[in-house]
Design a protein around this ligand. Structure first.
Ligand code: FCB
Length: 459
């Protein structure tokens, strides 16, 4: 850990960079996703998603909650975008809820769903926030799941149709498109580990899903480019720097196996190398069905890569554990309330590695943030020192990577608002802004006040 701390009156504070240390056109954003914040689950023709169904299944969400109301962003978006503008952000990452657009197989897209995103995007533009739209952040229409979901090849075509409809409507005002958020999570958490929707636990299915999600990304790119003048399109991957549990040859071999599935399985095909051969050998009969032309479609050129970074993983050899005989160890040392290690240097390391190994062009940190057990003080403040320090230290690491020549062009904090944290429900707060779910009151946490001061600091 090379982060430098400096003594201040408040104690030991991490030394953060200044905004002026970054390029003037660097993007400073915050990120959200549709199911996590919108609520309004049955409004304006929105249909059921796999997350509505999963959340309604007893035992799947820790506090028994769902995204049915969430932050009620569907109705409160003007206030939320005002907050983003007042913080001094110049970009905002959000996602399109497919269930708001879905018109049924062969059906026409729901105009009210498209209208909502048009209003939202116009709201961003009016506030100087560059819209970054994600086309899939995990809320698949349940009707498509009933026909096989991402395991079915037809879902790829359905995604391309949705991407076409959305970019046709918004392409004149949204230039930046992220096709898929974290394909590893869709595939492995949703279909192998099974603790995310749709809750399937089958490794072969997970690899087929991963293939279809990557294919959906590649096949949507031509539609996006056809509808969006001067489009900039890419994908956002969840990536972790990996560390061996020990210096033993066995742990190093386990690390290489884990690296194959966690990292190279997604990056190699995206950058034209096909699936990694060592991993293909290891997964054996669980390998996906790949049709002629698929790998070329997946490798369609992109304009940037989005990296979602939270923490490094430490892996050990564990014969019989999981499909590859690998165990990810519990974190030691400093962790967030999620139990995730705090490791700012991991961000720099990861960005350097992706740049060195794949040369994907411009990189954007499309998510980075931390969960803490925030409380509101009697005077209405949220003293989230942990998150503030997390942000300062990660921006310092980011600056370090930029100084070493890694072409990072933007940073999106996860998240603008506290929100529905998937299987953890509302128990986990990641926001820069506190949400009181009983009253829907928003309060800037100290981390948000710090980010605002950072963003407003004169150069
Ligand atoms: C990421 C997800 C995002 C959020 C954060 C904490 O994996 O993309 O929706 O849940 O984790």
């Amino acid at each position: 850990m090379t982060t430098i701390f400096q003594a201040t009156e408040q104690g030991l504070e991490p030394q953060a960079p200044r905004r002026a240390d970054f390029a003037t056109d660097f993007l400073w954003g915050a990120a959200t996703s549709s199911y996590q914040i919108e609520g309004a689950a049955q409004v304006d023709g929105r249909v059921e998603s796999i997350w509505d169904r999963f959340a309604a299944t007893p035992g799947k969400i820790r506090d028994g909650s769902s995204g049915a109301v969430a932050c009620d962003h569907y109705h409160r978006w003007p206030q939320d975008l005002d907050i983003g503008r007042d913080l001094g952000l110049n970009a905002y990452r959000f996602s399109i809820a497919w269930p708001r657009i879905f018109g049924g197989p062969g059906g026409k897209p729901n105009p009210k769903g498209l209208d909502f995103y048009e209003r939202l995007v116009d709201g961003m533009l009016a506030r100087g926030l560059q819209p970054w739209a994600t086309l899939y952040h995990w809320d698949l229409p349940q009707a498509l799941q009933d026909r096989g979901g991402w395991n079915a090849r037809a879902t790829v075509d359905a995604f391309v149709e949705m991407a076409d409809a959305v970019t046709r409507r918004l392409g004149d005002r949204v230039r930046h498109w992220i096709t898929q958020n974290e394909p590893w999570c869709t595939a492995m958490i949703g279909h192998h580990e099974g603790w995310h929707a749709p809750g399937i636990a089958d490794f072969r299915t997970a690899l087929q899903v991963a293939h279809h999600v990557l294919l959906a990304h590649g096949k949507a790119l031509p539609a996006i480019r056809a509808n969006v003048p001067d489009a900039r399109a890419g994908i956002a991957l969840s990536l972790h720097p990996l560390r061996p549990a020990s210096d033993s040859a066995l742990d190093h071999a386990a690390l290489a196996r884990h690296d194959g599935l966690r990292y190279r399985w997604f990056l190699d095909p995206l950058y034209g190398r096909g699936y990694p051969e060592d991993t293909l050998r290891l997964v054996g009969a669980a390998a996906p069905v790949v049709q002629a032309g698929d790998m070329e479609a997946i490798a369609a050129p992109t304009d940037f890569l989005g990296v979602n970074y939270y923490f490094p993983e430490t892996v050990a050899d564990a014969p019989g554990h999981g499909p590859l005989g690998v165990r990810v160890l519990e974190a030691r040392g400093e962790t967030t309330a999620m139990g995730w290690p705090v490791a700012p240097q991991g961000l720099a390391e990861l960005l350097q590695r992706v740049h060195r190994d794949y040369r994907p062009g411009p990189l954007y940190v499309t998510e980075n943030g931390a969960c803490y057990d925030d409380t509101v003080t009697a005077d209405g403040a949220v003293r989230d020192l942990g998150r503030k320090r997390y942000l300062m230290r990660h921006l310092a690491a980011l600056h370090g990577a930029v100084k070493k020549g890694v072409p990072v062009q933007g940073y999106f904090a996860w998240s603008l608002l506290d929100n529905f944290e998937w299987s953890e429900g509302y128990l986990r707060r990641f926001g820069l802004v506190h949400v009181d779910y009983a009253t829907q009151q928003r309060r800037l946490k100290d981390s948000a006040l710090w980010y605002r001061a950072f963003l407003r600091e004169p150069g």
